[in-house]
Design a protein around this ligand. Structure first.
Ligand code: GLU
Length: 547
């Protein structure tokens, strides 16, 4: 068979040959050890948490080695793709503040190794497919769906492996004339890769999993579909070669077809990239583990976390903690360092399952938020509110100084308060500072003597001084308490309960309930300063009227 003639017959009008593309996309001129990685999602209109998990790994590998991180869009699948699928991915990655060096962005493509959208690379795929045909390594297959169905039934009956191989691979034997007759007849063909099994299990390693033991591929797999579009396996090999990818980080679902990818790299005589197959993110459900499901679990989409107002820093910390076993320890030793300073290492990646733990993320998020200074907390919270809670946004940003003051309470110092874990919790936490969202629950006041409560509310405004520091502020409450027959502190009260109506803490609780509308609030002395004398008095009067 004259394979060269067959190649010309199948792909007569390509503008370039493979050498042209090899020169167009030369080896990259990067420092020794630089890693070139890519995130290669399908534009399904959805950015899965597992995708960002891979992005973090890709990004760290590339940027810690002065390498390149690319975003490639794999839109050759037959699944329905949403019109704004690319935007959802770009937006999602951008929300993490991650820099994409090359590839697809919201405003188009950048980089010299493109196009980075697979549907724009048809001619490249055909050129390389043609090369395989010309070397007798791929061939057209005209088998109809019915013929393939019959083959499957025959294989089932004979209890042999299913698939297009050996004696079942009838189109392997087609002559040039037969192929030509099919084409003249307008018949569609798929291109199959001629598997040449050696009978030995292939030997390859994954950077994280070590030696991978999967059976070699002995099926003549389709590499180009009848519409001329390549399947994932072929596009992966061609793209990652031409884009000079050094490390392929992808889901473990691709392990099973790795033998085919290896054969394709060998057929072209190309060096294959290193592989890192990431574990699927699982969640606990009913005592068992299952995959995070797009249908059942809102948290499978990263957008969910932004809707809730998790700061990106918390998500990054959490994902890096899942990715590198020593990240958590590093973070506790370096609470204020940027994650970029962490010595991310492939060797520290875990090769076991990956369990998504909401409460862990929430704790991390509380830590992250508590470590922010007031300006950072403000910026982070309004990033959330401007998109997800308009009413609160308007209220909170109307007086940024006040908002900043509200957020400063309990911040700084060795043990900052950890009141909120998400932006969504801020309105409930800080809402009492604004009349519009002040929704007091006075019920706890019923636990105190009504006349005493009234007296406290009447007397307190004249005692309060905005200049008081914490200690003086509390001393005044103590004095008021003592003057009303309450103990100055709980210790004194506990020793001699019969002699007192209660203790100073009861007085501050009455004030807290009146001023903040609840029993648990940030530092009351600070809160009163933010509200000011007039507002404090107004709230005390309001509470008194409700008695
Ligand atoms: N488009 C493939 C996926 O979404 C990419 C796998 C890869 O990174 O090679 O699973």
């Amino acid at each position: 068979m004259d394979y060269q003639a067959l190649a010309e017959l199948l792909y007569p009008s390509l503008r370039h040959d493979c050498d042209y593309y090899e020169k167009l996309y030369p080896e990259r001129d990067l420092p020794e050890g630089a890693r070139v990685t890519r995130f290669a999602p399908s534009p399904t209109g959805y950015l899965h948490l597992g995708g960002v998990y891979q992005v973090m790994c890709d990004e760290r590998l590339a940027h810690r080695s002065d390498g390149v991180f690319m975003l490639r869009i794999e839109d050759t699948g037959s699944k329905r793709e949403l019109a704004d699928g690319i935007r959802v991915i770009c937006d999602g990655v951008a929300k993490f503040g991650i820099k994409i060096d090359e590839g697809v962005g919201i405003d188009g493509e950048t980089g010299k190794y493109g196009p980075y959208i697979q549907s724009r690379r048809a001619e490249i795929y055909h050129t390389f497919a043609k090369k395989l045909v010309a070397e007798g390594k791929a061939y057209p297959c005209f088998c109809s769906a019915e013929r393939l169905e019959a083959m499957r039934a025959e294989q089932e009956a004979a209890k042999v492996n299913p698939g297009y191989y050996g004696k079942y691979a009838v189109c392997r034997e087609l002559s040039y004339e037969e192929v030509k007759a099919h084409l003249d007849n307008g018949d569609k063909f798929v291109l199959r890769f001629k598997a040449c099994p050696t009978g030995e299990r292939p030997n390859f390693t994954d950077c994280v999993r070590g030696r991978i033991d999967v059976p070699e591929n002995d099926i003549d797999m389709v590499i180009i579909k009848s519409d001329g579009i390549p399947v994932y396996h072929f596009a992966h090999v061609v793209d990652d070669h031409l884009m000079r990818t050094t490390h392929v980080v992808r889901g473990e679902e691709w392990l099973a077809t790795l033998p085919l990818h290896v054969q394709l790299f060998e057929a072209f005589g190309w060096k294959r990239p290193e592989y890192i197959h990431t574990a699927t993110i699982m969640k606990l459900d009913n005592g068992g583990k299952r995959k995070l499901s797009k249908r059942k679990d809102p948290e499978a989409a990263v957008e969910y976390f932004f809707t809730e107002g998790y700061p990106k820093e918390a998500l990054i910390d959490y994902l890096l903690m899942l990715l590198n076993s020593n990240y958590e320890e590093w973070r506790s030793e370096n609470p204020d360092a940027s994650y970029e300073e962490f010595p991310y290492a492939v060797e520290k990646m875990s090769n076991s399952g990956c369990l998504f733990d909401f409460s862990k993320l929430y704790d991390i998020s509380k830590n992250v938020i508590s470590r922010m200074n007031a300006e950072e907390a403000y910026a982070s919270s309004i990033l959330w509110s401007e998109k997800y809670d308009e009413a609160w946004h308007t209220l909170f940003t109307a007086d940024p100084e006040k908002a900043g003051a509200v957020l400063s309470v309990g911040r700084g110092g060795e043990r900052p308060r950890k009141d909120i874990g998400t932006g969504k919790e801020l309105p409930a936490y800080a809402g009492f500072c604004f009349d519009e969202t002040f929704a007091p629950d006075y019920a706890p006041l019923a636990g105190f003597d009504k006349d005493d409560v009234k007296k406290v509310f009447e007397t307190y405004p004249s005692l309060w001084d905005a200049e008081d520091d914490q200690q003086t502020w509390f001393n005044r409450i103590k004095e008021l308490a003592v003057s009303m027959g309450y103990a100055p502190d709980t210790k004194t009260w506990k020793k001699n309960k019969e002699s007192y109506k209660g203790h100073a803490g009861d007085i501050s609780m009455m004030l807290r309930v009146a001023v903040t509308g609840r029993t648990n609030s940030p530092d009351l002395c600070e809160v009163m300063k933010i509200l000011g004398a007039e507002k404090v008095k107004e709230r005390l009067d309001k509470a008194a009227a409700a008695l």
